[in-house]
Ligand binder design. Sequence first.
Ligand code: SF4
Length: 319
Amino acid sequence: MENLILEIVSGKQVTKKEALKLFDFELEEIFFAAAKIRRKYKGNKIKVCSIINAKSGQCSEDCKFCTQSAFNKTDVKVYSLTDTEKIKEFSIKALENVDCFGIVSSGNSLNDVEIEKLCEMFKKHKKVSHLGVSIGKISDETFLKLKEAGIKKMHHNLETSENFYPNICSTHSYQERVDTIKRAKKFGFEICSGGLFGMGESLKDRIDLAFTLKDLDSNSIPMNFLMPIKGTALEHLPAMPPIEILKTIAVFRIILQTPDIMICGGREANLRDLQSWIFQAGANGMMTGGYLTTIGRGITSDKQMIKDLGLEIELNYTD
Ligand code: SF4
């Protein structure tokens, strides 16, 4: 076995150069290190989360991968903020099976009326500490309102490296995204921030993203894998091969060590029969029950997969 793998298992923190080298190793060797680290920090517990797309489409931003951008010509459903009673009902049902439920909205930010409606609902929600929000750019005033309403978790993906970011979005900057995360931390929110892979970025870009997330001390790292969708600017890209996805997950676990690594969009479509390998690759969580604009395979099959692997679903929070 490569010395570097043995050193990692003994607690070595890799440099960017060493992390890049890991992609050349045999899958079994990277798995060995990544699975050991997952076991060390997460035992046999697996976190499962789900989301609702609370406001969809017609987004003014030009993210090239996104079906909801008005710059892309897709047939995604367009609707304004869903009735908050429906969001509440949906979340209560979902929280019977998952650890965290995310309320996600399209667009650069929500307006004051929409924020008020959500906060009113959060204040009455018995399981508010299991909820997270992903609502774009957020002012300090809104952070404060969300905090007062009981929200603990803020989701805001960086998507990719700073270097590659201009290739996928020009209407807002990487720095704005980093700043939103830093301000969320300042207000005491748990951070859920990760990325989307397979957009044409290099291996180095992926490693740069992992190190940026490490610097930002993100508590949870959602990893999404592009499903090239007709009408988006990235529709022509090939899907990532499953082994490359698994290696990317393992390298993230080796770099990041302690945060939750959650496998989200593109799991079923891109990994196919290999999706149960995500845990061997170091992930300790996954999204279930469908994604923002695509359908997943459902909670029953996902729960069975976790049970068959001898792992246990963690329902962590208490109100
Ligand atoms: S990723 Fe978010 S900000 Fe970008 S186009 Fe899609 S909904 Fe808008």
